[in-house]
Design a protein around this ligand. Sequence first.
Ligand code: IPD
Ligand code: CA
Ligand code: CA
Length: 264
Amino acid sequence: MAMNLEERTLLIKKWVLEAGDKIQILLKNDLSVQQKSNRTDLVTNIDKEIEKYFVEKIRTYFPDELIFSEEGFGNTVTKLDGNIWYLDPIDGTTNFIMQQKNYAVMIAVYEDGVGQIGMIYDVYNNKLYEATKGRGAWVNGEKISQPKNISMRNGLLALNSQIIFRKEFETHRNLGNESLGVRMIGSAGLEMMEVLQGRTALYLASSLEPWDFAPALILIAETGLVTRNFDGMAIDLLNKQSFACGTPQSIKDFLGYLEKKRLQ
Ligand code: IPD
Ligand code: CA
Ligand code: CA
């Protein structure tokens, strides 16, 4: 089905808002929670239902396009050719189970590895973050302006929990000493929306999957922010990897700090 970018954006937005409504209805019943790889890696019936809902829509409207998604209803994606969908039905599942807030529905479309449309829906706060390539980043219809290029010293540092727990990330967590303070939400997508709005200078995650960062990357690209892995390399859209997202200055400060510590 031929559809231009604008039409696709409108359609995806409709799906995302519908998914938010579905979540709120499903939340009225008891959640069924299962463990995946370990005790803290959880999935609920709602994560699965929402992924199935999007997969069905995508396969109806765009039957030739591949889906890179978290809960197993998509495809195996090994190359970036053509249109690829990235889908994280609920980012922040542990928050979803424990708090019923601080989670987001996340979806993106890339064409030959270039981000076209990215959406992150903070259902609890009814905030829809969206970007279509070349048209800026928006939240609930308001354009997000480019955040100030704050340094690590003048900003907050956000971390994912593995950086706090794991021995190998001691240097990374100690970067907190160079910042104004450390914060942690527990949803990669929402952490990046804080960076996008100039409230956090830098977000570090020990390892993220492509569905965790692909939607945010499109919003980030529209607002002059920078993403790198912990080796200072560009983010790879096919693999799990370490992840840093921040103002250009905070990324420079972070990579410079790692280098300085490595040489000590
Ligand atoms: C997780 C969250 C979390 C991040 C993890 C992700 P999920 O996503 O974004 O903040 O630290 O690495 O896996 O599993 O809740 O969709
Ligand atoms: Ca996720
Ligand atoms: Ca998820």
